[in-house]
Design a protein around this ligand. Structure first.
Ligand SMILES: *Cc1c(COP(=O)(O)O)cnc(C)c1O
Length: 577
């Protein structure tokens, strides 16, 4: 049996395995996993999604195991110099305070050396007491060559060779570690993005003969990147320097080409492949000429992202919603005054933080727009500043802006974008108060997605595969104002759950659409709909807040995502707790 939640209540996966060795599990592999701020092993949406999925699996009693790397130096801490240029400092943390070191050791061959790997475990406890383990692989062991010790130091650091070595540790080393821990009945390996794709190579080695179909039977692959340039690619010239000749020969049989695209490895050696929203699945089917790619739209873990006040309010009116978020439909009947009071409390909590950090006093009765996510250029954080004169005309004295987000250490475009936004705030601050908060973490992300009034999202289509920060807003009654891409195409009802920016997917001239027009539409909606609704029609605003919780919050959560993976991808009947 793959999955028996009734008997798993209050137990750990290890207990169940000891009791029933035939117990089958799902192993979820992710380059980054974000569980909480004090374990800084995530860079953005991909890792936090992984953490949220594992949390829902724990809540629901689904026997999953997480596997990732330890990253002793964390994902960096962000500071700005005098020129407002991003500076990175190591985000040092204490694994020994957060995780438990296990005695198990395995090794992988890298550059003719045996790299020893040990693992730490985090026991993720769900709402009903059932817990699942997340394994953090670590090569920083004395017996390793100094270079190899650093393989588990930096998330997305170093060059292509460093990344290749890390992905061997994650995919090959990760599987060997799970075997060493006694997991011999893993039914499904779920690759969250291509980084752990070398796991398929290790599965092939384990079988002792070449049978792609047998490997495929055990692998599920989720792609997250809708542009070809975003995928890891390793030339065989490089792989040759790192892997043993046996491994290289097998790999060349698996992918007969100049090198290995980790996405291609995932696509070819999985029984089920999905994109992370309906639109993204459609784009991926075209991009990879793979008509069978399915969609499982992302979600967020409700009790991680809901504000303390909102959680209490919801629990009072919808008891049990935490482990059955579909019931949030009943949020339509929340009392408006209570909802508003809870929202204002979150807003004041955010503003207190902002005052303390920046000295800027924001006003709790002024419409506040938030934008916080990785500062990747395709996300166009500066779109709202396309025409400063117009923005001040429309929003002067009526809006405030809260920004945050880290640029990847090597992304000078992203750093220039942040610099431009911070410099813009000096120009407009007399009419539009604005802050760029340093060092976005999960905790800061929580504060912002709970405490602003409107969540702005202006990516270039179709680059936002799903997006999840806007979902965090929905359960907190924060309104989405977003380009129609990723999840928002599925969640958006104009003037009901939020507002769209730019054309709708059914507009006929989409292929020739000029993306710079998005700014005009943004200004138009801000002026004609959002500002008037906020200041002159609070009743409508309150209704929209309830709609967001009821219509979006009830669907865009990881309990639904995990149930969907169980049914569509893992092939188990989902029963829930
Ligand atoms: C949710 C979250 C993200 C993802 O934001 P998107 O808008 O989906 O890109 C990134 N960083 C942090 C800290 C988050 O909490």
């Amino acid at each position: 049996m793959l999955f028996h939640p009734q008997s798993s209540l209050g137990r750990s996966l290890q207990d169940l395995l000891e009791q029933d060795p035939s117990f089958r599990t799902v192993a979820y592999f992710s380059m980054e996993v974000g569980i909480k701020t004090s374990i800084p092993t995530y860079a953005g949406g991909l890792g936090i999604l992984a953490g949220d999925i594992l949390k829902s699996a724990a809540d629901l009693g689904v026997p999953m195991i997480g596997t990732t790397l330890l990253y002793r130096k964390g994902y960096f801490e962000q500071e700005f110099n005098k020129e407002k240029w991003q500076i990175e400092k190591p985000a040092l943390w204490q694994p020994e305070q957060e995780l438990t070191l296990l005695p198990n050791k395995v090794s992988v061959a890298i550059k003719n050396r045996d790299v020893h790997i040990r693992t730490w475990v985090y026991e993720l406890s769900g709402l009903s007491g059932y817990s699942i383990p997340i394994y953090f692989l670590d090569t920083d062991i004395e017996s390793n060559h100094p270079e190899d010790r650093q393989l588990s130091w930096y998330l997305y650091g170093g060059d292509n060779l460093y990344r290749l070595c890390q992905e061997i540790v994650l995919g090959v080393g990760g599987l060997r570690m799970l075997r060493d821990l006694g997991y011999n009945n893993i039914e499904t390996f779920h690759l969250n993005e291509g980084h752990a794709g070398f796991l398929t190579l290790e599965l092939m080695r384990e079988m002792g003969y070449y049978d792609p179909e047998k490997v495929r039977e055990h692998v599920v692959f989720t792609t997250h990147t809708p542009v070809a340039a975003g995928h890891d690619f390793f030339k065989y010239d490089l792989i040759e320097k790192i892997m043993s000749s046996d491994a290289l020969a097998t790999l060349k049989r698996m992918i007969p080409s100049e090198g290995v695209s980790m996405t291609e490895l995932g696509l070819r050696y999985s029984r089920f492949v999905n994109g992370v929203s309906k639109k993204h699945a459609e784009v991926s089917r075209k991009l990879f000429s793979a008509p069978t790619i399915q969609s499982v739209t992302n979600g967020i873990h409700p009790t991680t992202w809901v504000s303390p006040g909102m959680r209490k309010l919801l629990s009072r009116h919808i008891p049990g919603w935490e482990n059955d978020p579909a019931r949030l439909i009943q949020a339509l009947s929340l009392p408006s005054e209570d909802l508003w009071a809870v929202h204002q409390a979150s807003k004041m909590r955010l503003f207190a933080y902002i005052l303390e950090e920046t000295g800027v006093p924001l006003q709790s009765d002024v419409l506040t727009i938030g934008f916080a996510r990785r500062a990747a250029t395709y996300k166009r954080a500066d779109l709202i500043f396309s025409n400063l004169k117009k923005l001040i005309e429309i929003g002067g004295g009526k809006i405030q802006l809260v920004f945050s987000g880290k640029a990847h250490p090597k992304d000078d475009g992203g750093k220039a974008l942040i610099q431009k936004i911070i410099n813009t705030s000096d120009k407009i601050k007399d009419s539009i108060p604005m802050v760029y908060l340093e060092n976005q973490t999960m905790e800061l992300g929580r504060l912002i997605t709970q405490g602003v009034d409107v969540w702005l999202n202006t990516p270039l289509r179709p680059r936002e595969a799903s997006g999840t920060s806007g979902m965090k807003c929905t359960i907190n009654g924060v309104m989405n104002f977003s380009v129609l891409d990723g999840w928002w195409i599925e969640g958006w009802i104009e003037d009901v759950t939020g507002w769209a920016i730019g054309p709708t997917p059914s507009d006929t001239d989409l292929h020739s659409y000029d993306e710079s027009k998005d700014a005009l539409d943004l200004y138009e909606k801000l002026e004609k709909k959002i500002i008037p609704a906020y200041y002159n029609d609070k009743g409508h605003w309150h209704t929209m807040m309830k709609n967001a919780i009821a219509m979006n919050g009830s669907y865009f959560h990881t309990h639904r995502v995990v149930a969907e993976y169980c049914e569509k991808a893992y092939g188990v009947k989902f029963r829930g707790i």
